[in-house]
Design a protein around this ligand. Structure first.
Ligand SMILES: Nc1ncnc2c1ncn2[C@@H]1O[C@H](COP(=O)(O)OP(=O)(O)OP(=O)(O)O)[C@@H](O)[C@H]1O
Length: 264
C-alpha cells in the first residue's frame, strides 16, 4: 500500500543551518498494516509524514501509494487519499462551523452545505453516536466549543469518513489528558480495524506503541533503525522495547516527551 524507496531530505542545504532530516529511508507497508513509530527527538518522524503528504518534494527516492507513484504529485491531490491527524486538536476541523457542517465537508459536500439531506443528517448522527461521547446530540454546536478530546475524536471520524488509503497519526493524543487520550486511542483502534486501514502512528507512549498495531518502527537520525513485527513483537514489554532500541542504535531512546510522561 505504501512504498518509500530511499527517500532523503536535507533542509537548508549548503548553509550553516543545514539539517539532514531524512536519510536514505525505505519502508514497505502492506495493506492493513498498522505501524506505531517511536524515536528520539528530531529523529525525522514528522518529516517522514510531511514527505508522504507532499509538504515538500524529497531530494531523492520515490513514494508509491497503492501502486501509484506520488513522488511528484501535488499535496492537495495526495490529500484525497491520505488522512492525517496532528497533536494539536485545533487542526483538522473548522471551529466556526457546526459539527454537522464539518462532517458535510468531510463527506465531500464542498461548499454546498445546503445540500445536507435528511439521510445525510441521519448518517452523521449514527456515526457520531458510535464515538460514544454524546456528540450526536450536539450536531448544531460550533466545533470551537468542543473539548480537545471531543475535537480529536471528531477529526478522526472526519479523516476516515471516506476511508483513506493511508492514515497518518502524528502524536494525536499527546495533548489530551490521560483518560481522554485512552478513549481516543481505543476509538482509533476500532476505526482502523473496522475499515482495515493502513496506518502509521507516531507516539511517545511506549505502552501504546506496544498495544496498538502489528508493527513497531523505531526511528533515529532520519532513518528507520528497527522494524519489529510478528513473533518478535508478541510479548514485548516496555523495558524490552527500550532495550532493543539501545542495542540496535547504540544509545538510549532520548525523547523529552517520554521523560515528561514519566515513562522509562
Ligand atoms: N522545515 C524545516 N526546516 C528546517 N529544519 C527542519 C524542518 N522540519 C524539520 N526540521 C528538522 O529536521 C529534524 C527532524 O525533525 P522532525 O520534526 O521530523 O523530528 P521528530 O522525529 O518528529 O521529532 P519530535 O519527536 O521532537 O517531534 C529536526 O532536527 C528538525 O529541526
Amino acid at each position: 500500500m505504501l512504498k518509500l524507496s530511499h527517500i532523503s531530505k536535507t533542509f537548508n542545504p549548503g548553509t550553516v543551518n543545514e539539517k539532514v532530516a531524512i536519510q536514505d529511508l525505505s519502508l514497505h507497508l502492506e495493506k492493513g498494516d498498522f505501524a506505531t513509530i517511536i524515536g528520539s527527538n528530531g529523529a525525522g518522524k514528522s518529516t517522514m509524514f510531511n514527505a508522504i503528504c507532499g509538504d515538500f518534494l524529497t531530494d531523492s527516492g520515490s513514494i508509491v501509494l497503492d501502486g501509484q507513484d506520488i513522488t511528484f504529485m501535488p499535496q492537495h491531490v495526495r490529500a484525497k487519499n491520505i488522512g492525517r491527524l496532528y497533536q494539536d486538536p485545533m487542526r483538522g476541523t473548522a471551529p466556526g462551523m457546526t459539527i454537522e457542517e464539518n462532517l458535510a465537508l468531510a463527506a465531500g459536500k464542498g461548499g454546498w452545505l445546503s445540500r445536507i439531506s435528511k439521510s445525510d443528517k441521519e448518517r452523521f448522527r449514527e456515526q457520531l453516536a458510535l464515538l460514544d461521547i454524546g456528540l450526536e446530540n450536539r450536531m448544531n454546536h460550533p466545533v470551537g466549543l468542543l473539548s480537545g478530546g471531543q475535537r480529536q475524536a471528531l477529526t478522526l471520524l472526519m479523516a476516515t469518513m471516506n476511508p483513506p488509503k493511508l492514515l497518518l497519526l502524528d502524536e494525536h493524543t499527546a495533548a489530551l489528558d490521560p483518560g481522554t487520550a485512552e478513549k481516543v486511542l481505543n476509538l482509533t483502534k476500532r476505526i482502523v480495524e473496522e475499515h482495515h486501514l493502513t496506518c502509521l502512528m507516531i507516539t511517545h507512549n511506549m505502552q501504546s506503541a506496544l498495544e496498538l498495531g502489528n508493527r513497531i518502527l523505531m526511528m533515529d537520525s532520519g532513518n528507520i533503525v528497527l522494524d519489529i513485527k510478528g513473533e518478535e513483537k508478541k510479548g514485548l514489554t516496555v523495558e524490552g522495547l527500550l532495550d532493543k532500541f539501545k542495542v540496535g542504535v547504540g544509545k538510549k531512546l532520548d525523547n523529552d516527551r517520554i521523560l515528561l510522561s514519566n515513562e522509562k
